[in-house]
Design a protein around this ligand. Structure first.
Ligand SMILES: Cc1cc2nc3c(=O)[nH]c(=O)nc-3n(C[C@H](O)[C@H](O)[C@H](O)COP(=O)(O)OP(=O)(O)OC[C@H]3O[C@@H](n4cnc5c(N)ncnc54)[C@H](O)[C@@H]3O)c2cc1C
Length: 469
């Protein structure tokens, strides 16, 4: 029997899943290869970091998303190379074995990763970003553990340091995180701690541009600025992070002067670059990636004019399209349909055209901004629009109802966060600011003072093992 046309899709995110679905009726064998087993809804990652949503609700298994699609299989492996001559995707299996996936058509949909604008060495270890479920869990540890440290701390200056959070980048992600930390500090946590006033939390939102939410309408920027300020967020625009270490961040203000701010938590929400696979493929084809490490594609999303390689979503660059979910979804669908049509002998479709449905960002409970089809919404209206859109784009009714229930519980009924889970290991890890897996004090080579005398808290004595003997 003749071999069916093989489509390999690298990445089961917004672009990859939509490409696969658009190939459901085609006479092809589709393989989605992803280094995670889940299709991640990144726009709600910050809610995992804030303990509002459990991760499963925003990360259904890719297998279950395409479970009914008989021509589609899924492989858990990390793609490392692409042999464009022999048309083979080369990936590493979790047990380190090599997986070779031959293709007739390749769809590259591997998304983006953080960009520290050339400061990777210095910043990545101290200012984690948020792109994956692991990142969100790590940030949740990073945020909640600081309150635990502050509760145990006896030195007022150190207490303050534990309770200072700096968010670098005031795009939608930075704004959403700042709003969530403010709600934790002012609404959720005050009743739970005995030795700290959580409302004294200092939240700095740093932005290099002159306003928060740079791509948004000026009116919405101002609304967001005022709302965050009322929530206790200290916004500094025209300000850059120029240095950081374990316990401080150095910022350069609009007048060029530098200030060292003591703080234990920095969160990177400032920049992204295309997945390293863009460079791998570009190198193979002898073309250049753009400044943000993205591979250029033609009007039909093909790479270098080839009819066997396409790139969609955050990994590609075309007509200055923004790195948003809608672009990835629409391009994924477009390429899936294009391949289906071509194999059915139909004429090539017109060039890809992006249909902009608008943008939105939440600031907190009953507070969001949205612009769509010329309409500008703020406050409760914006919040309802935001909630409706996000619920509808989650995959599966179970997840939609689950998210709705979690929101009502977290924001309306209990004013609590149902998923405030941290462990000693998690707290220890973030306390020493290592990134990526538990890091011991020895591995960090850090002079972390380990008190050998019991720590005195006002009205409470913490016993050491010696006390028990
Ligand atoms: C915190 C955050 C908030 C956001 N909020 C919004 C928002 O409100 N609205 C909006 O429109 N957009 C938002 N975005 C952007 C949006 O999520 C992206 O534009 C979209 O996910 C891009 O889709 P994609 O398919 O290109 O990549 P992704 O959805 O990132 O999918 C890429 C997939 O490729 C896999 N992968 C990567 N490298 C490899 C490899 N080497 N081997 C195998 N698999 C690999 C990854 O595991 C992932 O599953 C947000 C992004 C983030 C990070």
């Amino acid at each position: 029997m003749a071999q069916r046309h093989r489509v390999v899709i690298v990445g089961g995110g917004f672009g990859g899943i939509n490409a696969a679905k658009a190939l459901a009726k085609a006479n092809v064998d589709v393989t989605i290869v992803d280094r995670t087993n889940h299709h991640l809804f990144q726009p709600l990652l910050y809610q995992v970091a804030a303990g509002i949503l459990p991760e499963g609700l925003i990360a259904p298994a890719i297998r279950s998303v395409v479970g009914d699609q008989r021509n589609c299989q899924v492989a858990l492996a990390e793609v490392q190379d692409i042999d464009v001559e022999n048309r083979v995707v080369i990936a590493r299996e979790p047990d380190t074995g090599e997986l070779r996936l031959p293709y007739d058509t390749l769809v590259l949909a591997a998304g983006a990763t953080h960009s520290y604008f050339g400061n990777e060495e210095k910043f990545a270890q101290y200012a984690p970003g948020m792109k994956t479920i692991e990142d969100a869990r790590y940030l949740r540890d990073g945020i909640l553990a600081k309150y635990e440290m502050a509760e145990l701390e006896t030195d007022p200056a150190e207490k303050k340091r534990w309770l200072t959070f700096a968010i670098i980048g005031a795009g939608p992600t930075g704004v959403e995180l700042a709003g969530q930390i403010a709600e934790l500090a002012h609404v959720v946590l005050p009743r739970d701690y005995r030795h700290i006033d959580t409302t004294s939390t200092r939240i700095l939102l740093l932005e290099g541009a002159p306003a928060v939410l740079p791509p948004f309408d000026e009116k919405l920027q101002k609304w967001t600025h005022d709302k965050l300020t009322k929530m206790g967020v200290e916004i500094r625009t025209n300000t850059l992070a120029v240095d950081m270490d374990r316990s401080s961040i150095t910022v350069k203000g609009p007048d060029g002067s530098e200030e060292i701010i003591p703080c234990r938590t920095r969160i990177w929400a400032a920049g992204v670059q295309g997945s390293p696979l863009a460079r791998v493929l570009a190198g193979k084809l002898g073309i250049d990636v753009d400044r943000a490490g993205r591979i250029p594609v033609g009007p039909d999303c093909s790479v270098n004019g080839r009819s066997d390689i396409y790139a969609v979503g955050d990994i590609m660059t075309l007509d200055k399209l923004p790195g948003v979910a809608q672009v990835a979804m629409q391009q994924g669908k477009y390429v899936g349909k294009l391949v289906t049509g071509r194999l059915a002998g139909q004429p090539a479709p017109p060039p890809f055209k992006y249909f902009d449905k608008g943008s939105m960002a939440t600031i907190g409970y009953k507070a969001a901004v949205a612009e769509s089809f010329g309409m500008k919404m703020t406050g409760v209206i914006g919040f309802l629009a935001w909630g409706f859109i996000h619920i509808m784009y989650l995959v599966g009714w179970g997840n939609r109802f689950g998210a709705l229930y979690s929101w009502l519980r977290a924001m309306v009924f209990s004013k609590n966060r149902g998923h405030r889970i941290i462990t000693f290991d998690g707290a220890e890890n973030v306390a020493h600011r290592g990134v990526g897996g538990p890091i011991s004090k020895q591995r960090l080579g850090d002079n972390v003072p380990v008190p050998d005398a019991p720590t005195e808290l006002s009205g409470m004595r913490v016993s050491t093992p010696d006390d028990a003997s």
